[in-house]
Design a protein around this ligand. Structure first.
Ligand code: IPE
Ligand code: IPE
Ligand code: MG
Length: 237
């Protein structure tokens, strides 16, 4: 199946990994069990994307708004995040993956930063695929941060405000350092962006899957990319 996907491969894919809680509830388990199973799905999908030759994968792992969830659930998510970073470190480095964190990383607990920061540093020169983890991320907050920095630069005379246009803003966005997302995929059946990559989403294809994230696998990723490719084919040049 893989060969058929080689044409019109999206360069940058963003995924809103949704449905962990419902997956667990359906099984009569705690939401945390869904996040654990979701973490295994992340491993599968990162491997599949790397094998496929996707240039950049941005995974929405924890939103700015997710800080509002019960403390126990937030702690469980942070624990799983640290575990993911530690257990995948070897494979990420061996496979030439560059790992970056986007979002307000200063809000993350220290135990996560201790796993995240060295991996980001040690994988910085890798060119195989960029894996961007959106952590404590909100697109409106990202836009506000860029606006704040532009205003400061203008105030301090480093920037002529008349030069600010859409490209200047995009160039300062951490979420777009790997280019605009070509495809944004959301699992779990909801059809909204939930504050993910809003600025970059301007021209992205949106694909929604009914599958709950813990059930999402390689074949589902291929199917979403196939949908993207069909849309590319039918676009008027
Ligand atoms: C997505 O699954 C994971 C995070 C938001 C961290 P949810 O936890 O939102 O699962 P549902 O949407 O309640 O099923
Ligand atoms: C979006 O899912 C955030 C992540 C996948 C990390 P949510 O479940 O938090 O979003 P809403 O509440 O459905 O908008
Ligand atoms: Mg959800």
């Amino acid at each position: 199946m893989t060969w058929a996907l080689a044409r019109d491969l999206p360069h940058h894919v963003g995924i809103i990994m949704d449905g962990n809680g419902r997956w667990a509830t359906l099984r009569g388990e705690q939401r945390e069990a869904g996040h654990k199973a979701g973490s295994a799905a992340v491993r599968r999908v990162v491997r599949a994307a790397r094998r496929l030759g996707i240039g950049a994968l941005t995974l929405y792992a924890f939103s700015e708004q997710n800080w509002g969830r019960p403390g126990g659930e937030v702690d469980a998510l942070m624990g799983l995040l640290e575990e993911f970073l530690r257990s995948e470190r070897g494979e990420i480095l061996e496979n030439g993956i560059r790992l970056v964190g986007i979002g307000d990383l200063s809000r993350l607990p220290e135990h996560v930063r201790h796993a995240l920061d060295p991996l980001a540093r040690d994988s910085e020169a890798n060119r195989g695929m960029t894996l961007a983890l959106a952590l404590s991320y909100g697109a409106r907050e990202e836009i506000a941060e860029v606006a704040r920095k532009l205003a400061l630069d203008a105030k301090e005379g480093r920037l002529d405000p008349r030069q600010i246009d859409a490209n200047v803003i995009a160039a300062r966005m951490p979420s777009l350092s790997v280019g605009e997302p070509d495809l944004i995929l959301r699992t779990g059946g909801e059809q909204r962006l939930s504050n993910f990559l809003l600025y970059g989403a301007a021209n992205a294809e949106l694909v929604f899957s009914e599958k709950l994230w813990p059930d999402f696998d390689e074949a589902d990723l291929f199917e979403a990319i196939h949908v993207y490719q069909q849309r590319m084919k039918s676009q008027v040049p």
